[in-house]
Design a protein around this ligand. Structure first.
Ligand code: PHE
Length: 338
């Protein structure tokens, strides 16, 4: 039995895995194991020695059992320690920051302007970018060969089809299907065949606005547009209206605001004039109302159109309109608003 004990001790030292422990258990404590073999010899032992012999074998069994149990525990806790080490998470590491997108300055500017008009009770409409000569010009009182067509160099797709040069296309498209009162704003992209420079591009965005009802007068136009520009540029800007010409309005006018950089004293932004030109507007021409089946004796209305890029640039101090379409992230990131 002492031999078995020493042999077991040596073998136990060599044990490395749980599987090894199990193999040792079978070899020593199994039914045909070394300890059982000793037990079998009990019958050959004399009667007086038997109880002592039996106790000795039993002690050996308990000793081996205990040692194996201990080994098993230590192997298991080693394994756990290894796993904990391997799966260790360093919670002190700073997290990886995610790239969060933001609205493009033009989109952001457009949304701000639309919000002001929707607060004033206007709803939003859209129209197609590719439209007919009819909606872009003819219905708006630009007959063929009318010199005013030269004010806007047009991209024609085929005879009679073009890329809209202004969002005024929505005027007839919407009025044709409506019975006043009408109060809408229409944002969208427009195209003109112009030389690309820091101040002009072949495409840009406009917001068109339209208000038609019984008894609408210039006073409504003046109040609405003054309120709009003051909500957008600040209450301290002054507003002036200048006569201007667009075939689809009569009278036609342009709205300037006092330069918010120099407060009207004259600087580089306002080219020393003290004023910044913001939008074109006017009372809808009776002929346009007739063209869309609205009685100009009963209804009147006003309309306006403004460039979005221009306002965005004025307010943010951008110098070159091309930067708004080149999508250089380093540039755009400076104007993140959310
Ligand atoms: N469509 C005109 C332009 O693009 C602006 C405008 C709209 C003027 C509505 C008067 C009324 O310049």
């Amino acid at each position: 039995m002492d031999t078995i004990r020493t042999q077991f001790a040596t073998e136990l030292k060599a044990v490395q895995t749980v599987k090894d422990v199990e193999a040792l258990k079978v070899r020593y404590l199994g039914k045909k194991g070394l300890v059982a073999e000793q037990m079998k010899r009990l019958k050959d032992v004399s009667d007086e020695e038997r109880p002592q012999y039996g106790k000795k074998v039993n002690d050996l069994r308990l000793e081996i059992e205990g040692a194996l149990e201990k080994k098993l525990h230590s192997l298991e806790s080693d394994e756990l320690a290894k796993r904990l080490e391997a799966e260790h998470i360093d919670i002190t590491l700073p997290g990886r920051s995610r790239f969060v997108g933001a609205a493009h300055p033009v989109t952001h500017g457009m949304e701000e302007m639309l919000k002001i008009f929707s607060d004033l009770g206007f709803s939003i409409q859209v129209g197609p970018e590719v439209d007919t000569d009819y909606y872009n010009f003819e219905v708006l009182n630009f007959p063929p060969d009318h010199p005013a067509r030269d004010m806007q160099d047009t991209f024609y797709i085929e005879p009679g089809m073009l890329l809209r040069t202004h969002t005024s296309t929505i005027q007839a498209r919407f009025l044709e299907q409506s019975v006043p009162p009408v109060r809408i704003v229409c944002p969208g992209r427009c195209f003109r065949n112009e030389t690309i420079s820091s101040r002009s591009h072949v495409f840009f965005h406009q917001i068109e606005g339209l208000c038609v009802d019984v008894g609408i007068s210039m006073q409504d136009l003046v109040w609405t547009l003054t309120e709009f520009v003051q909500r957008l540029f600040g209450r301290d800007v002054s507003v002036r209206f200048r006569p201007s010409y667009f075939p689809f309005v009569e009278p036609g006018l342009e709205l300037d605001i006092s330069c918010f950089l120099c407060s009207g004293k004259g600087c580089a932004l306002c080219k020393k004039t003290g004023w910044l030109e913001i939008l074109g507007a006017g009372m809808i021409h009776p002929q346009v109302l007739k063209n869309v089946g609205i009685d100009p004796e009963k209804y009147t209305g006003f309309a306006w159109g403004m460039g979005i890029e221009r306002s965005v640039m004025l307010r943010s101090g951008m110098k070159d309109i091309r930067e708004l379409s080149e999508n250089d992230m380093r540039f755009l990131k400076q104007f993140r608003t959310c």
